[in-house]
Design a protein around this ligand. Structure first.
Ligand code: S3P
Length: 425
């Protein structure tokens, strides 16, 4: 399984900032993460590839980032650009950011709102605060207390990274828990960060100007990528698939919980800790699934997994009700619309009510459709998985974006017995 994308981005951001050496093992060498490596180099960090998944980063300490000469182009990577906006603005840098057609459509206001409170200014941007835009950090970053208006780890992380080169304490209040890799990794690199919980949610307090020291990072396997062979193993009759060292951090484990409620046979073996994260081997066997109701409060812990859950739900008996999916509309594509169109193209009955998706599973899927992926890697992978178990094969219009998060996807799935044909344009 490829390394976790969220942790890979963060390891390069913090490793490229901290003084001394950071050795990263198991880095995801997907296009998104490589953009973050390039961006950190443009800000003066020494980042080198030593071998397969093995990287070395060395920085100049908090306060030691340089203004880049050129635009930072993040391609398809929302996490990369949003976290970098926080880190660079907090350092008082003026940076122009850009991305591909998908990233240019995605909202940046959710990051810019708290960064403006911290003193940053948007100098130039297209309508609606979309990319390309130029953001100027303040000479003295203002410490803020910020309550997240959306359940977004990217927003939380951008504020915390902006708080690094800031005299004073930066506080983020998180009413709904989101992935906590930034908090874990800041602690690992020596930052003074405290996390407490009360009725209002999680309160994260970061003391500014910490001395960050290079540390070794071991990246566990990405549960959001493991989701594809996992669901394939459930759907293809006779399958048994073992997925090794998959991260099962509770802030990322919503899909596993949902699939288990649907009746999936998934054994968690060899539970242990790897790189400060809980991991285990998942052994999945083909299972008859039934429809369930996924509670909306589970969404942050499985936000990237809804496309593949919708595919699993298509093969289940009965309705699977997924409510409160508004955040799916602002991912690499409008994932709610893309999933609905993909289901329709393949004969799966479903209902969209506002931001809710209900899949009416009948235990079998006709397939035979072509799915528009809208530059979205997870739409492509989810519907290729559908094609493994549908009556007719499923076609996706573009598989190139898969390389942003899971470059080895096709090879790995073929190794499990999948037949994936690539049309030559
Ligand atoms: C991520 C957070 C999530 C997720 C994305 C990775 C991260 O986005 O969808 O793929 O690494 O912080 P949001 O924070 O916008 O929900």
């Amino acid at each position: 399984m490829p390394g976790d994308k969220s942790i890979s981005h963060r390891s390069l951001l913090l490793g490229g900032l901290a003084t001394g050496e950071t050795r990263v093992e198991g880095l995801l060498e997907g296009e998104d993460v490589l953009r973050t490596a390039d961006a950190m180099r443009a800000l003066g960090a020494d980042i080198r590839r030593l071998g397969d998944g093995s990287w070395l980063a060395r920085g100049n300490g908090v306060g030691g980032l340089l203004e880049p000469e050129d635009t930072l182009d993040f391609g398809n990577a929302g996490t990369g650009v949003r976290l970098m906006m926080g880190l660079a603005a907090g350092h008082g840098l003026t940076v122009t950011y850009d991305g591909d057609a998908s990233l240019r459509k995605r909202p940046m206001g959710r990051i810019l709102t708290p960064l403006k409170l911290m003193g940053a200014r948007v100098i130039d941007c297209v309508e609606g605060e979309r990319l390309p835009l130029t953001l100027a950090g303040p000479a003295d970053t203002i410490p803020i207390e910020y309550r997240l208006p959306v359940a977004s780890a990217q927003v939380k992380s951008a504020v915390l990274l902006a708080g690094l080169d800031c005299a004073g304490e930066t506080v983020v209040i998180e009413p709904e828990e989101t992935r906590d890799h930034t908090e874990r990794m800041l602690t690992h690199f020596g930052a003074d960060i405290s996390v407490t919980q009360d009725a209002g949610g999680k309160r994260i307090v970061l003391k500014g100007r910490p001395e960050l020291k290079g540390r070794d990072v071991v990246v566990p396997a990405d549960p959001s990528s493991a989701a594809f062979p996992l669901v394939a193993g459930l759907l293809v009759p006779g399958s048994e698939v073992r997925l090794e060292s998959v991260m099962v951090n509770l802030t990322r484990a919503g899909l596993l919980t949902s699939l288990e409620e649907m009746g999936a046979n998934i054994a968690r073996e060899n539970l242990r800790e790897l790189g400060g994260e809980p991991v285990c081997d998942l052994v999945v066997k083909a299972s008859a699934l039934k429809g369930i109701e996924v509670p909306p409060e589970r969404a942050p812990s499985m936000i990237d997994e809804y496309p593949v859950l919708a595919v699993a739900a298509s093969f289940a008996q009965g309705d699977t009700v997924m409510r409160g999916l508004s955040e799916l509309r602002v991912k690499e594509s409008d994932r709610l619309a893309a999933v609905a169109a993909g289901l329709a193209a393949n004969g799966v009955r479903h209902t969209i009510e506002g931001d809710d998706l209900i899949v009416h599973g009948t235990g079998e899927v006709a397939g035979g459709g072509t799915v528009e992926t809208h530059l979205d890697h997870r739409i492509a992978m989810a519907f290729l998985v559908m094609g493994l178990a549908s009556k007719e094969p499923v076609t996706v219009d573009d598989g190139t974006m898969i390389a942003t998060s899971f470059p080895a996807f096709a090879g790995l799935m073929k190794g499990l017995g999948a037949l994936i044909e690539e049309a030559v344009a």
